[in-house]
Design a protein around this ligand. Structure first.
Ligand SMILES: CC(C)(COP(=O)([O-])OP(=O)([O-])OC[C@H]1O[C@@H](n2cnc3c(N)ncnc32)[C@H](O)[C@@H]1OP(=O)([O-])[O-])[C@@H](O)C(=O)NCCC(=O)NCCSC(=O)C[C@@](C)(O)CC(=O)[O-]
Ligand SMILES: NC(=O)C1=CN([C@@H]2O[C@H](COP(=O)(O)OP(=O)(O)OC[C@H]3O[C@@H](n4cnc5c(N)ncnc54)[C@H](OP(=O)(O)O)[C@@H]3O)[C@@H](O)[C@H]2O)C=CC1
Length: 420
């Protein structure tokens, strides 16, 4: 029997019998916490288990005047603490204010060939294309979405013609919906112009029309440290962000920091993380290397983020994963537009906390402090008391904390020769 045709149980038995895994391993895989095997095995191919990551709650968020619990699914320590930390520092000024543009996704129907008068061709077939699009996915129109625009682009020098569709996915992320419509339109146009060869009919993950803006105001009083007053910290944070605009190396790190929160929220809601990353990074260029902007006004630091966020509140894994449904419930069952605003706010918060840390105490103080517990577990520490014992030991000389030192501490504790 082919691997693809086996049940999950049969695949585990095979891995066991061929010696790839032992019984403890297959027992771990069979547990599949939070996601029944019959759901998981129908979501992906060749499924053997699930891969849980921790789910936590970022606190102190007020978004558009509403206190919001923000569930984040993430494997990295300090991401949730950082987002909460930033949200707390703008709590008294009302938290995050968002605005969202949700005007449609782009579908590309691309042909190899030429047309003498492409504009005229489109004009003659526009109405029929609209009917084809609607018939391809009638329920989308019922949900308030559907085809919004068609334009034709010619690439004469390379012999391509593209019919570019703008499709409103209503509350869905919309990839399947858009692909279905594009393919139907592609086949229809082929029939109308036999000189054209359909090359592809596919969603574009460049989604400038599905983007979110968030703003937060951080009073200088919330930024001061033992060494610097709030105005100085704000100035240094702006400088750090300015440096990201001129240094590709720094921008990559700043953007990773923004994605810490965004990606964790996207994952937790069952949205497609690759889609959001592709859309977000596709708008960056040497003139615009990051999504945030920091300014100062009236004794406050003001943060803005503008980021493509083509996500959905329904469909795909959002509706299939029980955990994603639970997360949506914790978020107050937001609409797709509201979720876009929440994601942008978390991205802005993640950036704020990271900038604040790196221009004041440095990232290692806060981040490593939390990372040490992971290091202790990696070194083999078990149980709350042992993990904290090892983390404490590493904390005493945080600059030299390493897996080796952690392992030595664990073995000493296990032998009873270390008392921290
Ligand atoms: C780590 C902190 C938050 C400590 O910061 P702190 O000032 O010591 O925190 P605090 O103890 O004063 O607490 C402030 C709030 O933070 C939260 N908080 C604080 N600690 C915890 C915790 N243990 N568990 C849960 N929540 C925590 C919590 O909400 C708390 O308020 P409270 O609820 O207590 O009233 C701070 O140093 C920080 O924000 N650092 C930034 C960490 C960061 O950005 N991590 C991401 C990983 S690094 C990275 O990926 C890329 C990066 C950073 O390089 C990107 C870039 O360079 O731009
Ligand atoms: N390039 C990319 O990024 C690609 C991504 N994907 C994947 O596609 C999936 C997302 O596609 P998507 O089309 O959103 O998901 P679905 O295929 O699940 O489609 C969404 C469905 O939700 C139903 N629905 C119910 N209520 C609403 C509403 N209010 N608004 C809109 N739809 C509603 C509709 O079906 P009904 O008829 O029942 O009402 C609709 O067809 C993700 O899993 C993604 O990973 C796939 C291909 C490419």
């Amino acid at each position: 029997m082919k691997f693809r045709d086996m049940s999950t149980e049969e695949r585990l038995r095979m891995l066991l019998s061929e010696g790839h895994l032992d019984e403890q391993d297959t027992g771990l895989l069979a547990q599949s916490p939070g996601l029944p095997t019959d759901v998981a095995s129908n979501m992906i191919e060749n499924q053997i288990g699930t891969f849980p990551v921790p789910l936590g709650l970022a606190q102190h968020f007020i978004i558009d005047g509403k206190p919001t619990i923000v569930p984040l699914a993430v494997e990295e320590p300090s991401v949730i603490a950082a987002a909460s930390n930033a949200a707390k520092r703008c709590y008294e000024t009302g938290g995050f204010t968002t605005s969202v543009k949700r005007c449609g996704l782009t579908g590309q129907v691309v042909f190899n060939g030429t047309l003498d008068q492409p504009e005229q061709f489109l004009k003659e077939h526009r109405e029929a294309v609209e009917v084809v699009a609607q018939t391809a996915h009638p329920s989308l129109v019922a949900h308030g979405g559907g085809l919004r625009n068609i334009e034709v682009l010619t690439y004469r020098e390379c012999n391509f013609i593209e019919f570019r569709l703008t499709i409103d996915p209503a509350e869905a992320m919309g990839a399947n919906v858009v692909n279905t419509i594009c393919e139907a339109v592609g086949h229809y146009l082929c029939e109308q112009a036999p000189s054209l060869k359909l090359l592809m009919a596919i969603l574009s993950n460049n989604a400038p029309l599905q983007s979110a803006h968030a703003r937060a105001v951080f009073p200088f009083t919330q930024l001061s440290t033992a060494q610097m007053d709030g105005a100085q910290v704000a100035e240094r944070m702006i400088l750090a962000s300015t440096f990201a605009e001129i240094s590709q190396q720094r921008a990559a790190t700043q953007n990773k920091g923004i994605m810490n929160g965004v990606d964790a929220l996207i994952l937790a809601t069952g949205n497609d993380t690759r889609n959001i990353a592709a859309a977000a990074y596709s708008v960056l260029n040497p003139e615009h290397r990051t999504w945030t902007n920091w300014t100062v006004s009236e004794n406050c630091l003001i943060g803005d983020i503008d980021i493509p966020m083509p996500l959905g509140a329904i469909g795909g894994a959002i509706s299939t994963l029980p955990m994603a449904q639970l997360v949506m419930k914790l978020l107050g069952n937001p609409s797709a537009s509201q979720l876009m605003g929440i994601a942008a706010s978390v991205g802005l918060a993640s950036n704020m906390a990271a900038l604040f840390a790196i221009v004041t105490d440095g990232i290692q103080k806060g981040h490593m402090n939390l990372q040490l517990r992971s290091l202790a577990i990696m070194a083999g520490a078990t149980g709350e008391q042992q993990i904290e014992q090892v983390a404490n030991l590493l904390r005493q000389n945080v600059k030299h904390a390493s897996l080796d030192i952690a392992k030595k501490a664990v073995s000493q504790i296990k032998r009873g020769s270390l008392d921290v």
